[in-house]
Design a protein. Sequence first.
Length: 400
Amino acid sequence: MYMEGQLPLAGYKVLDFTRLLPGSFCTMLLADYGAEVIKVEDTGRGDYSRNIGVEAGGQSLTFAQLNRNKKSISVDLKTEAGKQIINNLIEKSDVLIESFRPGTTKRIGIDYESAKEVNSQIIYCSITGYGQDGPYSDKAGHDINYLALSGLLSLNGKRNSSPVIPAVQIADIGSGALMATTGILMALLFRVTTKQGNRIDVSMTDGLLNWQSVFLPEYLFKGNDLQRGELLLSGGLACYNIYETGDGEFMSLGALEEKFWRNFCTVVEKKEWVDKQYCLEAQPQLIEEVQSLFAGKSREYWEQLFTGKDVCCEPVLSLKEVSENPQFQYRKMFIDIPHPSGRVKQVNSPLKFNNARARTHSFSPYKGEQTVEILRSMGYRESEITGFREQGIIDDRHDK
């Protein structure tokens, strides 16, 4: 049992060779809860996400969110001295995570077999679009491609309309970052009892198939294809749908259980709808009738009407409304991170423990910011560090 206030992953060291969203989100979670995460970047551009979107304090806000609580070392892996620095880090680390296309790590000398020779108990996690093998393994891709090939994109949207691109990168975060985090934690537990390391192969597209466990088994069993906007939980039911209000806003109705639907029908004085809840033939007409009902009043009216009525009906909030919402304020889901240029607001760590806690967040590092600190901690002499710098083997200029 952890002492109250202890960081649950304190003492674990993670080498993060990833770029962009999936790997960085995974290691953000590990860092938030105590792991020492060292972000390994090249001596050139570094992580591409450093240059995405709005900046504050010389850093991309996207990068800052995903890479808080981490350290950065900038090393040229094309040099023998650079490879030796990384091998020294691997020897002292618990986890290595990378997101290169299959085959890349072998070319630069940080593949699993090479890492295992240095540290037999290393947990080595690879995040790719299609996995380490198979006919698609060498394909380039992004979230939209993985969604498309998994079949999930074909089901996202309204009936008789084009597929809709989700606002959140589902594959990157859901089947990439979160699957990798789960796999890493499983492997660490496995190592406690077996003293063995592990190779974790995370395919984001495989993960998306797993995410369709609610409806994909129906197709696999019956062979009947499912249509966009007709799945029960994505537009096919009146009791579980999105409705436009009279002022152009929207309400989300999630009255799936009979008691909630009955409560809804009672509140809106439409008891004749109660028995139609799961009558599939009645749904198209019932959806139209419920939509007509919502269109007659403003969102504020419906919010007030359903307050305390236990009907699972909530407004569709804008980001401004989310940031001011009392529930998220109470849960401390938005926090200010100190930075030399001022304070930057970020989304807080989501997990709450009673005998453990998340880290007090520090701002994301500039590229190579902790290079010298890390080298010193490994026993490199100042003369060696100066030589590395002069030869371009390391970059500790602290630029973005």
